[in-house]
Structures are given as structure tokens and as C-alpha cells.
Design a protein around this ligand. Structure first.
Ligand code: UTP
Length: 408
């Protein structure tokens, strides 16, 4: 593309500011900037015009859950079935670690944060420790796939290498990178993060399976006979990964996917709730429900929409392959985005200054035919680290870890 046609293209989208430093760039840098601009998805940028408008949901109905008392009754048979699937090599785990953790405000992969008090205990170490418990119980390694982003890939891989994978078998750990999308300011202008570099951010956690496919991992799944993938977030340090009971329950009840859920702390808790939408599983945000729905109760006095998701899902691989080409909704999310000002200074904003475009794993649930809603105890399995302080912070997670007997 010639410089003139590049200018025309940018003008037609109101993005000519991207060329403000063009004349200062070397010819390689100019080529690279041109390539970045050519790969921008202009239609996606238009989505900010619809931001905040309610997305039409279908007919919502409660889904309920396999609740703790029922799980207790069947714990040993579920666990046996889950362990057998693990021993047969049918289960893989996928750690979503491509996020930027902007709320935590830590420079570096979130998993490398040390949450120990009297000793070092990194978030990644905690997760590996949790997974190792299952490996030991099953007497079999579980392939662990770790999604990074181009921004944190090198740091993540070298961190695992430096710490000898925290005792995990390196042959069973596979890193793959997710894709990126441009970030814009509140007016929709693409931000620069260098004179010849668009501000690119990881495109959300919903692209994990297509990124696995692009990384060439699907033949590997088939070769190893991995039929199920347990996807989980980096920041819940209490979660059980490849939990045999959860796996066994999902498999033996004939579901194609499963989601761990916790009972809502209050009707208005800001959490995505697993329910049915037009007869198919779906996760609705609290702001997508009417006030009536939020407070609806059953005959036992329990909320009908009572089970919030904690980003720990089990998907059947053949069903993931079926939906591989399907379009998923793009979410426009307000974030703090570092950018280059017109004087060429890199600014790290203290408050949100623009939007990122993200696909979300929760939207994959609605593409599944059914989903087992599997209740877990919040105080034993949910300690997310999202914020610098207060709710869902290192401090709150430490307290929960200590309550569960983890030495810090
Ligand atoms: P969050 O929604 O908490 O996003 O991610 P985040 O980017 O880590 O943090 P904030 O919102 O900027 O503070 C939930 C999970 O999804 C992963 C995260 O690493 C975390 O495990 N994730 C998120 C990705 O893998 N890729 C992404 O693009 C976004």
C-alpha cells in the first residue's frame, strides 16, 4: 500500500493521527506500522457506538444447579469416574494467562505476583500446587496448556523455566499465544503505544480455543486422546483444577460442558449467573436481568437465579471444534491503556482512558447444547485476585488461603 492510499484509508476512518510520527520512523518501522494498520478490523471499532446499549437477550429461565448435598451423596462415584478419565489421558487443563491485570496494576504476568508472607508463594505456584494434588491422586500427568499474550509470553515462559515449572513435568506444559486487538480512546481513535506501534491488547479470554487451533495444538489433542478441556482463570488461587468430582459429574450426567458455580452472596451481587436463554445454557450479567428476576425465589425461599460463575469450565473438545468458526460477540470494555501523547511521551494513565475489544469465554457457554451447573463452596474454591485492595485483592485472597490451611 502506498503512503497516499494509507493516508486515504486512515482518513476514511478518522484515524489519520496514527501517522503523526511517520516521518520520524525508519523504513522498517514504517513498513511495520503499515502492516499493523492493514490488519485492523475496522468493523470492530464501530462497536463503540453501540456500547452501553442493552444487548437483546432471548427468553431467560433459571437453570438451577447440581447442589452441594446431592454432590456429597455421589462424591465417590463422580470422583472415581473423573479419575478414570484423567488416567485415560482424556482431560487437559487450560490456564488463561493472557490478561493484563490492569486493575491490579502490576507490571508483568499476574501469575508472577508473590502472595506469600513469610515465604515466596507465586500465583502460578499456587495453581500448579493445586493441579499437582490431582496429578498425585490420579497417578497421571495432565497436559496443561497455558495461554499467554504476545505481551507477556516471554516473561511467562522464562518464569516457569526459572522455577523449574514448580515441580510440574515440563513435557506436559504447552504455551500458546492469544491474538491482539487495537485499543481506542473514548472518542474511538486508535491509540499509539510507540511512534510506529499501535496500542494492541489481548483480545479477551474468549478466543482461547481458536488460538489453540491457530497454534497447531488440535492435532496434538487428538493424538493424545484429550477429549475434555478444563479452562480456568489465572487469578483464583483457591480453585480446584481438573477436579475429578466435577469432571466425573459432567461426564456421567451426559453433559457436553460443565461450569463451576457458587451461590450468590446477595441477590444483587455483580456476578454472571448461569441460566437458560431460549432453552440453551447462557450466562447473564446482573445488569441484564430485570429487578423481578433478580429477586425471584422458589418454594424453599432460595433465589431462582442463584448461581454465579467463577470462570472454571469443562468443555468437550469435539463440541469446541464444532463451534470453531462461529462468530462470538465482541465486548467493548473500559480500561487503563498506556499511550503515546503528541509530544512522544509514553503516558500510563491512573484512570480508564479508553476501550479494549474482548471476546469472553462465557459467551462460549451459549454455543453449547447443555451445561452442568456444578455448585462449589465459595469459601473453599473462590479467592480471585483482581484489585489492588479491598474486594478480590491479594489481601482478601490471603485471608481465604489461610482459612483453608495454606501456609503463607
Ligand atoms: P479478567 O477479566 O480479570 O481480565 O481476566 P484481566 O485482563 O486479567 O484483568 P483486568 O480486567 O485488566 O484487571 C479473567 C481471566 O482471563 C484471562 C486473565 O488472564 C484471567 O485469567 N484473560 C483475560 C486472558 O487470558 N486474555 C485476555 O485477553 C483477557
Amino acid at each position: 500500500m502506498t503512503f497516499e492510499s494509507l493516508q486515504d484509508l486512515l482518513q476514511s476512518h478518522g484515524q489519520e493521527g496514527l501517522l503523526q510520527f511517520y516521518s520520524q520512523l525508519s523504513s522498517e518501522e514504517q513498513d511495520s506500522l503499515r502492516e499493523q494498520i492493514e490488519s485492523v478490523d475496522w468493523d470492530m471499532l464501530k462497536l463503540i457506538q453501540h456500547r452501553g446499549k442493552p444487548v437483546g437477550k432471548g427468553k431467560l429461565e433459571p437453570l438451577g444447579a447440581l447442589e452441594l448435598p446431592e454432590i456429597e451423596k455421589q462424591r465417590s462415584s463422580f470422583t472415581k469416574a473423573g479419575l478414570e478419565a484423567i488416567q485415560a489421558g482424556q482431560i487437559g487443563a487450560v490456564l488463561l494467562a493472557g490478561g493484563q491485570g490492569t486493575r491490579l496494576g502490576y507490571d508483568g504476568p499476574k501469575g508472577t505476583v508473590n502472595i506469600g508472607l513469610t515465604k515466596t508463594l507465586y500465583i502460578f505456584q499456587c495453581l500448579i500446587h493445586n493441579l499437582m494434588e490431582v496429578v498425585q491422586q490420579a497417578g497421571a500427568w495432565i497436559h496443561l496448556f497455558i495461554m499467554t499474550s504476545p505481551k507477556n509470553h516471554r516473561d511467562t515462559v522464562s518464569f516457569f523455566e526459572e522455577h523449574s515449572f514448580f515441580g510440574y513435568s515440563p513435557e506436559h506444559v504447552h504455551f500458546f499465544k492469544q491474538e491482539m486487538a487495537p485499543s481506542v480512546d473514548f472518542g474511538g481513535k486508535i491509540l499509539l503505544e510507540g511512534k510506529g506501534q499501535l496500542s494492541l491488547s489481548p483480545n479477551g479470554n474468549g478466543g482461547w480455543f481458536s488460538s489453540m487451533a491457530k497454534a497447531g495444538l488440535l492435532p496434538f489433542l487428538h493424538e493424545k486422546g484429550i477429549q475434555w478441556l478444563n479452562v480456568f482463570a489465572v487469578d483464583n488461587v483457591l480453585q480446584r483444577i481438573a477436579d475429578p468430582c466435577f469432571i466425573g459429574a459432567t461426564l456421567s450426567t451426559g453433559h457436553v460442558c460443565g461450569s463451576k458455580v457458587v451461590r450468590k452472596a446477595s441477590p444483587t451481587e455483580r456476578v454472571g449467573v448461569l441460566c437458560l436463554e431460549d432453552g440453551k445454557p447462557s450466562i447473564v450479567e446482573y445488569y441484564e436481568m430485570t429487578n423481578d428476576m433478580i429477586h425471584l425465589k422458589n418454594e424453599n425461599g432460595d433465589l431462582l437465579y442463584n448461581f454465579g460463575v467463577i470462570l472454571n469450565y469443562l468443555f468437550r473438545v469435539d463440541k469446541l471444534e464444532e463451534i470453531l468458526g462461529e462468530k462470538m460477540p465482541v465486548h467493548v470494555v473500559e480500561k487503563k491503556i498506556p499511550y503515546m501523547d503528541p509530544q512522544g511521551n509514553l503516558i500510563k494513565p491512573e484512570a480508564p482512558n479508553g476501550f479494549k475489544f474482548e471476546l469472553l469465554v462465557l459467551d462460549m457457554i451459549h454455543l453449547m447444547d447443555n451445561c452442568l451447573s456444578f455448585e462449589v463452596e465459595r469459601c473453599r474454591e473462590f479467592a480471585p485476585i483482581k484489585n489492588r485492595e479491598g474486594v478480590d485483592s491479594v489481601e482478601s485472597a490471603r485471608k481465604l488461603l489461610q482459612e483453608n490451611g495454606v501456609e503463607l
